[in-house]
Design a protein around this ligand. Structure first.
Ligand code: NI
Length: 136
């Protein structure tokens, strides 16, 4: 991959904010921070634009609610095509953490995440919107 250098004109105050931001985020130089910001936007575009994406859904719930566990299982079987892996961790006597890795179209991933997170009894859920790594 060829590296290309180019100049950027930027307001002094904005650059000072950028430098403070990258220091806070532990970047060692502006270039890498700049590249990551660009990639972040491109990944956002992949999620908006209907390109194939990858990501992870996390769920926290109480496994003693049997109906809830069955429902989460039913939903996951309905979306079997985009689920590439799942992991169940027993956090304590009551609470479970489930991590579901997905790869596919963003609409389907969102639908799966929304369906799981809205089940009654799910205490917390997140959707980490990442990328397959292609085209960025
Ligand atoms: Ni468990």
């Amino acid at each position: 991959m060829a590296l290309i250098r180019f100049g950027v004109s930027i307001d002094k105050g904005l650059l000072a904010k950028f430098d403070a931001f990258i220091k806070d985020k532990k970047y060692t130089n502006r270039s890498e921070a700049f590249r990551d910001l660009i990639r972040q936007e491109l990944v956002g575009e992949q999620w908006q634009g209907g390109q194939k994406i990858a990501g992870a859904i996390t769920l926290i719930y109480n496994h003693h609610k049997r109906e809830l566990v069955n429902k989460l299982m039913d939903i996951q079987h309905d979306f079997g095509e985009i689920i590439i892996s799942s992991q169940h961790i027993h956090l304590d006597h009551d609470n479970c953490l489930e991590i579901i890795a997905v790869k596919g179209m963003p609409g389907e991933a969102r639908k799966l995440s929304d369906s799981l997170r809205s089940v009654k009894g799910v205490k917390h859920g997140t959707l980490s919107m990442s990328t397959t790594g292609k085209d960025i």
